[in-house]
Design a protein around this ligand. Structure first.
Ligand code: ASP
Ligand code: MG
Length: 406
C-alpha cells in the first residue's frame, strides 16, 4: 500500500469549515487505497496570537514556557481533525510531538529534529489508522516540549515522511505551487511542474514563503519527493525532487529577488594574511549572516572589501566594521541600504555556458548597473540599485524564456 503524508498549513485549517474540507480531502486519499499520515499547522493567526499573549504575560517570556504555549495551536487542530474523521466513520488518532516521538535538540523556539522513533506511528499505520500529528513540535531528551521555528510544520511533515518511509509528502498550502518568480512582481511568472531540492534551497527568497527551508534540506537528505499544492483546488502543484527524476529541461528555473540586504564596503584594507578573518570574525560572532563577499585585486598593498548583510543588521555591522577598520588600518567604511539582489537559479546552468553573459546583457539593455556579482554552481546573483529590482526580475524572466504563454 502507498503511504501518503499530507501536511495542511494554517490557512487550510483556519476555521471549522476548512478543517472539514481537510477531513474530506484526507478521507478521499484514504478511500483511494492509501494509508495517510496528516500533519497539521495551527489555525491561521493562532501562533501569532499566542506570541502576543505571552508578551502580555511577561516582558521576556521564558523560552521553555513559550514553547509549551505555542505547541497548543497544533494540539487544537490535530484533535479537531481526528474527531471529525472518526465521526465520518474512519479510524483516526491524533498524536502530539512527543507521542509521535519527534526528538529534537534543546533550542527552544528553533529546535532541530534529531530523530523520530517511528515505531508507534508505524504500528498505527499498519492497522490502517489515519494518524493526525501536531506539526511544529517535538520534545528534547529531558522531555521538554520544543517548537521548530516559524513554518516548522513543513519540517515535521518531511521528517515524518522520511521516518515512515512514505511514498510522497504533500504540502497543502494557499498557493498553487512554486513559481518561476514572485507573481506579485512578475505577472508572467508561471507554476513549475518540478524543481530540484538544490534549486529550492537557492530560492530561499521565493520558496521560503511556501516551505520552511529546513524542510527542503531534510527532503534532500532522505530523498523524499515533496508535492507543494493548493488545498483549495485539485490541481497538481510543484514536485520538489532530486535532479535525475525526469525534470523539465530548463536552463534557468527561476528568478528571485531580495530587497532585504544592505552593502558594506571597507576601503583600503591592508592586503595581508589574516585580514579577512579579522573583519568577518566579529561580524559572525555577533550572529550576523554575511551573504555575498567580494575582495578587489590589490593595489599598492591595499584592497577593498565589499559584502552584504541583512538590512536589519546593517547598523550593527557598520559599527563593528568601523571598529575593525580602525584596528587594521583600513581607510573608511561605506554603507548602502538602497540595493536589491536579483538571482537566476537553475541546475541546467551546470552544463550550459553563457548564462552569466545573457544575464549581464539583459540588465545592460535596460541600463541597470551591476554593483556586485556572486555565483555558485547553480545560481548567479547581481546586486543592483534597489529601485530597479522589479524591472530586473521581469526582463530576466523574459530573457530566460520563462514567461507564461498567453
Ligand atoms: N504554527 C506555526 C507557525 O505559524 C508552524 C507552522 O504553521 O508551520 O509558524
Ligand atoms: Mg507555512
Amino acid at each position: 500500500m502507498t503511504l501518503v503524508v499530507q501536511k495542511f498549513g494554517g490557512t487550510s485549517v483556519a476555521n471549522i469549515d476548512r478543517i472539514r474540507h481537510v477531513a474530506q480531502r484526507v478521507a478521499k486519499t484514504y478511500d483511494q487505497g492509501n494509508d495517510v499520515v496528516v500533519i497539521l499547522s495551527a489555525m491561521a493567526g493562532v501562533t501569532d496570537g499566542l506570541i502576543e499573549l505571552a508578551q502580555k504575560a511577561a516582558e521576556e517570556p521564558d523560552k521553555r514556557e513559550l514553547d509549551v504555549l505555542l505547541a497548543t495551536g497544533e494540539q487544537t487542530t490535530a484533535a479537531l481533525l481526528a474527531m471529525m474523521l472518526q465521526s465520518m466513520g474512519y479510524k483516526a488518532q491524533s498524536m502530539l510531538g512527543h507521542q509521535a516521538q519527534v526528538v529534537t535538540d534543546c533550542d527552544y523556539g528553533n529546535a532541530r529534529i534529531l530523530e523520530i522513533g517511528a515505531h508507534r506511528l508505524l504500528q498505527l499505520i499498519e492497522k490502517h489508522t489515519i494518524v493526525v500529528v501536531a506539526g511544529f513540535q517535538g520534545y528534547d531528551i529531558k522531555g521538554n516540549i520544543t517548537t521548530l521555528g516559524r513554518g516548522g510544520s513543513d519540517t515535521s511533515a518531511v521528517a515524518i515522511a522520511a521516518a515512515t518511509n512514505a511514498d510522497v509528502c504533500e504540502i497543502y498550502t494557499d498557493v498553487d505551487g512554486i513559481y518561476t518568480a514572485d507573481p506579485n512582481v512578475c505577472p508572467k511568472a508561471r507554476k513549475l511542474k518540478t524543481i530540484t531540492y538544490d534549486e529550492m534551497l537557492n530560492m530561499a527568497s521565493l520558496g521560503a514563503k511556501v516551505l520552511q527551508i529546513r524542510s527542503v534540506g531534510f527532503a534532500k537528505k532522505y530523498d523524499i519527493p515533496v508535492h507543494v499544492r493548493s488545498s483549495f483546488n485539485e490541481e497538481e502543484g510543484t514536485m520538489v525532487v532530486n535532479e535525475d527524476s525526469g525534470m523539465e529541461q530548463l536552463v534557468v528555473s527561476g528568478v528571485t529577488h531580495d530587497k532585504k540586504q544592505a552593502r558594506v564596503t571597507i576601503t583600503k584594507v591592508p592586503d595581508q594574511p589574516g585580514v579577512a578573518a579579522k573583519v568577518f570574525s566579529p561580524i559572525s560572532e555577533a550572529g550576523i549572516v554575511v551573504d555575498m563577499i567580494i575582495q578587489n585585486t590589490r593595489q599598492g598593498g591595499k584592497t577593498d572589501m565589499t559584502f552584504t548583510v541583512p538590512k536589519l543588521d546593517f547598523k550593527r555591522t557598520m559599527e563593528i566594521s568601523q571598529k575593525v577598520a580602525a584596528q587594521i588600518g583600513a581607510e573608511e567604511v561605506l554603507g548602502d541600504t538602497n540595493i536589491g539582489m536579483v538571482s537566476v537559479i537553475g541546475v541546467g546552468m551546470k552544463n550550459h555556458a553563457g548564462v552569466a553573459a545573457v544575464m549581464f546583457n539583459t540588465l545592460a539593455r535596460d541600463n541597470i548597473n551591476i554593483i556586485m556579482i556572486g555565483t555558485s554552481e547553480i545560481r548567479i546573483s547581481c546586486v543592483i540599485e534597489e529601485k530597479y529590482t522589479e524591472l530586473a526580475v521581469r526582463v530576466l524572466h523574459t530573457a530566460f524564456g520563462l514567461d507564461a504563454e498567453e
